[in-house]
Design a protein around this ligand. Structure first.
Ligand SMILES: [Zn+2]
Length: 428
């Protein structure tokens, strides 16, 4: 198959020949019996998400492996890491293998289960990390995401344990006592609205502690969804010491602020903006963008968090936290980082494909588009303008904060090892 007229990382137009799931040839004027016209789209290595909630098993009313990976493919992803806070929790070899098998059977992209750090995400006892690592799912990323591993001794043991198989602990940094009952970012807006504040220090204190712990035991630490300027400063310091710390930012924390809880097109107190960690201030957003540009923040991860309507369309205090994100991630990153001149497409490819695959230790993903590489390819038209219509999502859930907004860009096609999962913006 020939994919004609694409611009790799935004470069000069070329054609790509795909054979046996790999890139066989790159050049002008390639001929073949089967062709796909790229129409001058940008070609990126297939995107890799380190932080996706697929909800299966247990909450198939919100999302399944099938619908979540359809959503991923439409967003240009060829691999996702499925978070462990399912029901049952993915804290045994049996459950991670179940998710992995569902991925092999139904998925429109590769599915790599994340293993829980502690049994039942309860923060009391280490889960069987070694058995999950040795399982068919070959788990390398462990996280209690949704909850923080707040016991320093358990966190230390987990960091020590995963060294044996080159694993990484992905921490959801939220000091639980400082955030008891917290509803939104602690600041002037929470004060005006009378909602319990979620202070930046609750995130920053855990990040500082865990950077020190990771350095102490010489292990690999990843920080999920960094959301404050102070977190960025701590991670910049930890990296300057040469410590093995990586981190991610979500698209929504690069674009949205806590003012939206007070005043937005959908009114005040709209739970569509309720998310963990909370939306922060404009100054935080600017710091996160600068940190993603200079490499202090390594990657963009979606934290795609589908919820059924009844869990979101309720009063603020009762609503579930989280937003779907797979189908809008690349457009939001274009808006926040590319249109602002902070990143070029090579920079986007690093942060949304190459580096997340490296952190997750995925051999066949996140490779530059070169001859011999797996044909995991995303074609993206940055000149398109799309009004976000949640009813058109492949995801089972609709809880997007971008409904009705016009965002730049459109995923034209996605190829997983040479097989189209999306063509002309539609699932294949
Ligand atoms: Zn989280």
């Amino acid at each position: 198959m020939i994919i004609r007229n694409v611009r790799i990382l935004g470069g000069e137009p070329v054609d790509i020949r795909v054979a046996d799931g790999e890139i066989a040839e790159i050049g002008p004027g390639l001929e073949g019996p089967e062709t796909v016209d790229g129409g001058g789209a940008i070609a990126l290595p297939g995107l890799v998400d380190l932080h996706t909630h697929l909800r299966e098993p247990g909450r198939e009313d919100a999302e399944t492996v099938q619908t979540g990976t359809q959503s991923a493919a439409r967003g240009g992803y060829t691999a996702v890491h499925a978070m462990a806070n399912t029901s049952p929790v993915a804290d045994t070899a049996g459950v991670v293998e179940q998710v992995w098998r569902l991925g092999r059977e139904f998925a429109h992209c590769d599915v790599h289960p994340v293993g829980a750090v502690t049994v039942g995400l309860e923060g009391k006892q280490l889960a069987e990390l070694g058995a999950m690592a040795d399982s068919a799912a070959r788990v390398r990323v462990f996280s209690d995401d949704g909850k923080c591993v707040d016991d320093a001794v358990l966190m230390r043991r987990a960091l020590e344990y995963v060294k044996a198989f080159d694993g990484v602990i992905a921490q959801h940094a939220q000091e639980p006592r400082l955030t008891a009952g917290a509803q939104m970012n602690e600041g002037v807006v929470s004060g005006r609205l009378g909602l319990t504040g979620w202070p930046a220090v609750a995130e920053e204190a855990i990040i500082a502690r865990d950077c020190l712990l990771a350095a102490h035991v010489g292990s690999r630490l990843h920080i999920c969804h960094v959301s404050t300027a102070g977190s960025v400063e701590i991670i910049r310091w930890a990296k300057s010491k040469g410590w093995n710390v990586t981190c991610e930012v979500t698209p929504h924390h690069l674009l949205l602020t806590d003012d939206l809880v007070e005043e937005s097109p959908v009114g005040a107190y709209n739970p569509i903006y309720k998310v963990n960690p909370p939306l922060r201030t404009r100054a935080d957003v600017e710091a996160l963008r600068a940190a993603l540009a200079d490499g202090t923040i390594d990657i963009v991860a979606t934290d795609h968090a589908p919820h059924p309507v009844e869990d979101k369309e309720t009063e603020w205090s009762a609503a579930a936290m989280g937003m779907v994100g797979l189908e809008t991630a690349l457009s939001v990153v274009q808006e926040a980082m590319v249109e602002t001149g902070l990143l070029d497409w090579a920079g986007v490819a690093q942060r949304m494909s190459v580096v997340p695959a490296r952190i997750g230790r995925l051999g066949g993903q996140g490779q530059p588009l070169e001859v011999g590489a797996p044909a995991n390819i995303t074609l993206y038209d940055p000149s398109a303008r799309t009004e976000v219509d949640p009813s058109a999502f492949a995801s089972k859930s609709r809880n997007t904060p971008y409904e009705g907004m016009t965002l730049p860009g459109r995923v034209v096609a996605t190829f997983l090892r040479g097989r189209a999962t999306v063509l002309e913006g539609k699932l294949v």
